[in-house]
Write a protein of this length. Structure first.
Length: 351
């Protein structure tokens, strides 16, 4: 039995291969046990405390810590083998790279969860909209910064000359700029949106044929929720270059109507019709004092009255229009004012 264990394969005995394999298996078992303990014990303990940060910390540490434990167990177990210098170098560099990735993963998870727990509720309570626009940028900026640093440190630990890599990026900057011109255009578009402020998160706007509410303004694109509930993602370069109608910023909603009465309507009835329209609009609580009525045209089949009124900001537009239109229909029928429709009178001559 002892002789069998001392047999050599690929520079290591069966005993050494068995110890390394056992160490790797043991690391997975320990990692799985730790994962179970965190889920069934530590989380229950932290839920009993009043502080929410310990819940976030335990929840975000769960997967990265288990991952680090596994790669550390594998790295330590491989030290029981006699590896070549190149193999040892590869194993060590791979371990450090994976460890750095795990650290970046943990930091981004922790920062994102902290922002979601503490900053997002605070931002939702504030009256201003600027913080609603900046928060997604801050979250993505933190992730981008952490992963950029992690990649640079990982490349350095992997044996690459980071300075040479950065210098080569400078040499290939022109090609990179040409390839990323759309990204750069979207970045400048987002900057233009933040500076000019044609809208803020929550505003209803009309842009590129879409009508909806702004849900998020990011570095690359703007998310719009249309009136039928669909989400539309529009690149910021197009948003910045388009004519934008900000419906939310309007001081009031202007409603223009053309009402045609029949040609047998007398001047007195025309005056009565216009007075009735003014009274209906003035008596509605959602309508401003600005009311316009005018006998504007002699159309082919009707005497046209232009009726303009303004619905107050924040009041229901469709409900107000419905109320006023129903009152017009009732009052005109009561007063005997007839609406016109396209008609033709044909005279025949007997020959």
């Amino acid at each position: 039995m002892f002789e069998l264990l001392n047999k050599t394969f690929y520079g290591n005995t069966i005993l050494e291969w068995s110890i390394a394999a056992g160490g790797i298996i043991l690391s997975f078992i320990i990692a799985r046990t730790l994962y179970w303990l965190i889920g069934h014990f530590f989380k229950k303990v932290t839920k009993r405390t009043q502080n929410r940060f310990d819940d976030i910390l335990v929840d975000m540490l769960e997967e990265p810590i288990v991952f680090v434990l596994v790669i550390t167990g594998i790295w330590y177990s491989l030290h029981f083998l006699h590896l070549s210098d190149m193999a040892e170098t590869i194993v060590s560099r791979a371990y450090y790279v994976l460890f750095i990735i795990a650290a970046a993963w943990l930091i981004t998870r922790l920062s994102d969860a902290t922002i979601e727990t503490y900053l997002v509720p605070y931002v939702r309570q504030t009256e201003g909209k600027l913080d609603d626009q900046l928060l997604p940028i801050i979250r993505k900026g933190i992730k981008l910064s952490v992963w950029s640093i992690a990649i640079i440190v990982a490349l350095d630990n992997a044996g690459y000359d980071v300075k040479a890599v950065l210098a080569s990026l400078g040499i290939g900057g022109l090609a990179l700029a040409l390839a990323a011109k759309d990204t750069v255009a979207n970045l400048f578009g987002s900057f233009t949106i933040f500076v000019d402020k044609p809208f803020v998160v929550g505003d209803r706007i009309k842009v590129k044929g879409y009508d909806g509410f702004v849900r998020e303004v990011g570095i690359r694109s703007t998310r719009l929720q249309t009136l039928d509930g669909r989400m539309v993602t529009i690149p910021n370069q197009f948003v910045a270059n388009e004519s934008i109608i900000n419906v939310t910023s309007e001081p009031s909603r202007k409603i223009t109507m053309d009402l045609g009465l029949t040609y047998d309507t007398t001047p007195e009835k025309m005056e009565l019709a216009m007075k009735t329209l003014r009274d209906i609009a003035a008596s509605h609580p959602n309508v401003e004092d600005r009311i316009v009525t005018a006998f504007t045209e002699f159309l082919d089949s009707a005497l046209n009255i232009r009726f303009i009124y303004y619905i107050q900001k924040g009041k229901p537009v469709f409900d107000t229009q419905n109320d006023i239109n129903m009152q017009i229909l009732h009052r005109f029928n009561e007063l005997g004012l007839e609406f016109a429709f396209p008609t033709h009178t044909v005279y025949t001559k007997t020959v």
